[in-house]
Write a protein that binds this ligand. Sequence first.
Ligand SMILES: N[C@@H](CCC(=O)N[C@@H](CS)C(=O)NCC(=O)O)C(=O)O
Length: 219
Amino acid sequence: MNAFSLVTFFHAPHSRSGITRAMFEELGASFDLVTLDLQRNEQRSDEYLAINPMGKVPAIRHEGMLVTEQPAILMYLADLYPEKNLAPSLGDPLRGPYLRWMVFYGSCFEPAITDLSQKRAPTPQVQSGYGTYDDVMAVLAEQLQQGPWLLGERFTAADVLWGGALNYGMLFKLVPELPVFRAYVERVQSRPAIRRAFALDEALAAEQAQQREELAVDA
Ligand SMILES: N[C@@H](CCC(=O)N[C@@H](CS)C(=O)NCC(=O)O)C(=O)O
């Protein structure tokens, strides 16, 4: 049993913070949940902006410190519960690849799919931090070919992140439906913890929809 205080998790269903919820389930960790309804713009309230000035979820607060950005949150949580073995530790040869793929998400994958979604003309390859969209997808596909997990035989927090990211990416047609991506996402999603997180999120989304309906009736 760890002697630290509980992490506070700022979360909205059907959003990127579902990945953080999945991480908590994988860890089997308790946390204080603060839910926000993005459709009611609660992320833009003064109260929440005072916590996370970006007005985004996920965010976590622990020991008075704020952590935002999915890869940072997942790495923080994995390190908080080392006994769960979701992060290669310092000195482990997989530590470098683990850091690489966590950071690759924010510095290459997200900007590549955002540019695609906005139909932006590609930045010349040399000036683009992610090179080209095709390179990002090809490099990812090649890494996953080795399987079953992103780092090979060992399941880590990187799989919580990438299983969710590729799932959303394919759902929104921003990631190609390659068999290697589909098989990987299915492997991640069939994990009991990921399924639990998904079910909890569906229930929360339904609860928020009900609250919105009640508010509309009262108005
Ligand atoms: N860079 C952030 C992105 C977070 C993000 O874009 N969250 C969206 C939900 S999917 C959000 O909070 N949107 C609400 C808004 O911008 O009003 C991360 O990786 O955690």
